[in-house]
Design a protein around this ligand. Structure first.
Ligand code: NDP
Ligand code: NHF
Length: 313
């Protein structure tokens, strides 16, 4: 099984990356270093996560130590929703680069297709429509292209875009998006969107691959498949863990996955997923788990003009 996916600009994306959302102070630096030691080269970051400076410190320590070269790393970050105006994109990426202590990143994404006003809060729940900005993501994309032209990022892409939004972007861009980062786990296997993206030479990166297991039991959140008794049984059959079963299944869909962990044993476990193949009946069971339920529907913003999850995919 290959460990990288080729992007439409010929760059290579390591299939398993480390997620960093909610990786807290003091723990994310440790997680980044343990991940590099375990063989991770792909790190998923975002300005919104508020921890890029600590991620950057972990990366720099490992580069200074001689454990890894900058050019072997694949670092992703994302533009948050309050900064969708074209002229804000380059300054926001420069802020991310300062935090990460890097001269360039490998991939910059529009985090969501919908924008908020810069004066609104970062998570403007309850602030009503007056918090929304109607800046078109096509305008934002021009700022993203500028980031490539200035050498601040090697590639650009989108996150949480639906099929129609992707096609609209493809018709109006100078530089093609290399990826669409969306939620993918057995409860939401995104087969139609993955196929749609594949036909357009766009790689899907799957977030919440483990169903954000810390939310298990929270009303309104789908039960993570890693706690499904059948998946626990399956794990015993392959001498693997339920998380490894789920990650192996997701990789077999042709996507990249970015499980988050700050636990050393899990960090190691989550990248040790390439040495087995699931039997057809096990794949069939995991396929049958698809319920189209999201961990991250962001339905509080569903009245936004550019909200993405009102259509089938
Ligand atoms: N583009 C976007 O809009 C979004 C992007 N993302 C990105 O995707 C990443 C992953 O998604 P995330 O929401 O974090 O959810 P995940 O599905 O990656 O789940 C993370 C949770 O699973 C636990 N966990 C990790 N490994 C294992 C394991 N082997 N066995 C059991 N439990 C495990 C972690 O615990 P612990 O850390 O304590 O080990 C944590 O509680 C994010 O961190 C972020 O980088 C996420 C959401 C939206
Ligand atoms: O990246 C992210 C992490 O999860 C959040 C929701 O809980 C998302 O809003 C955000 O896009």
């Amino acid at each position: 099984m290959s460990r990288t996916l080729k992007l439409n600009n010929d760059k290579e994306l390591p299939i398993v990356g480390l997620g960093t959302y909610k990786s807290g102070p003091g723990e994310v630096i440790k997680a980044v270093k343990e991940a590099i030691d375990a063989g991770y080269r792909h790190f998923d970051c975002a300005w919104f996560y508020g921890n890029e400076a600590e991620v950057g410190k972990g990366l720099k320590d490992k580069i200074d130590e001689g454990k890894v070269n900058r050019h072997d790393l694949f670092i992703t970050s994302k533009l948050w929703n309050n900064f969708h105006e074209k002229d804000k994109v380059v300054p926001m990426l420069k802020e991310t680069l300062d935090n990460l202590k890097l001269d360039y990143i490998d991939l910059y994404l529009i985090h969501w297709p919908f924008g908020f006003k810069e004066t609104a809060s970062l998570w403007p729940v309850g602030e009503g429509k007056s918090a929304y900005s109607d800046v078109d993501y096509l305008e934002t994309w021009e700022g993203m292209e500028e980031c490539v032209n200035l050498g601040l990022t090697k590639s650009i892409g989108v996150s949480n875009f639906n099929a129609e939004q992707i096609d609209r972007l493809l018709k109006n861009c100078k530089i093609k998006p290399v990826c669409n980062q969306v939620e993918v786990n057995p409860n939401l296997n995104q087969k139609k969107l993955i196929e749609f993206c594949k036909q357009r030479d766009i790689v899907v990166v799957g977030y919440c691959p483990l169903g954000r297991s810390e939310y298990a039991g929270t009303p309104g959140f789908p039960d993570p498949t890693i706690f499904d008794p059948k998946v626990i049984e399956m794990a015993k059959k392959y001498n693997k863990t339920p998380a490894q079963i789920v990650l192996n299944y997701l990789i077999s869909l042709g996507i990249s996955v970015i499980p988050k962990s700050v636990t050393k044993s899990r960090i190691i476990e989550n990248i040790d997923v390439f040495d087995f193949t699931l039997d057809p009946e096990d794949v069939a069971y995991l396929d049958s788990c698809n319920k189209n339920q999201r961990v991250c529907p962001l339905s509080m913003f569903q009245d936004h003009k550019y909200y993405s999850f009102n259509s089938e995919y």
